[in-house]
Ligand binder design. Sequence first.
Ligand code: ZN
Length: 307
Amino acid sequence: MILNRASNLRFDDPSERGLNNLSSMFIPIWRDKNLFLNGNIPQAVMLKGEEGQWLVENATQIVFLGVKEGTMFFCADISHLEKVDATPLPAKTVFEDLRSIATSIEPEEAGYLAYARALAYWNRTHLYCGRCGSPTESKKSGHERHCTSKSCECIHFPRTDPAVIMLVTHPSEDKCLLGHNKRFKGLRFSTIAGFVEPGESLEHAVVREVKEETGIDVSDITYKASQPWPFPASIMLGFRARGTTTKITCIDEELIEARWFPREEVREMAENQDILPPSRYSISRWLIDSWLNEKINTPVVNVKFRR
Ligand SMILES: [Zn+2]
């Protein structure tokens, strides 16, 4: 059962929100980090009871996240505290950056943590109105910020920046296009990705990003799936596309190398670990695995570009 975001329960008055209910669950955020049990396998820590109430008393921002099986979920931002080791947080817990963990834990749990982190970040970075510079105040249980200037009254909403990520297949051979970004740790190859620009359709963003990063032209663009990526505020929109050219030219400084990988090599990549595939729960890995699991069809011959 997924979290019901229950927007009808986003009240302006904090006392209406079930904040002081000892069974309410709180996701603590400290300087964009989430709380985990300190161990080899990351396990998220959410607090209720007295520990939850300590968060309510000490947080600078509480956001109502939703309801699951009768329990209300909140995030509590305690980023203003200099240190967190002297707090009554449970022993053997540590604040870690979700960005490096998100794709190795269960997607549902990662979703809760990402939602909490994103709302805490947005509130903390929108304390002033972007239009007139006056202070803003939190409304709708942390889902809106209203400008306090009577001559402005601008309402600010959390933003999400769309990014496209695509698995591009070869025009005539059983291969896909993967790239190595300079920010990747180890020799990791992943699908091509980039931000959607203002005034641009998603399909145009796919064409432009693949061309800019690899020099390859694509067609037959189809949407597949999405993954929230709130680091700080993105959503990854996953596509499939087919290359119509084959010569790779890495112009973009971000992408150091791109290659056409035969299906078998991609399959071995996941098993041998010499060249690393994207992390387990990433949409990039999902796009790659979906392609690997497809029945191999007769390679498509691109008539248009044949001589
Ligand atoms: Zn304003």
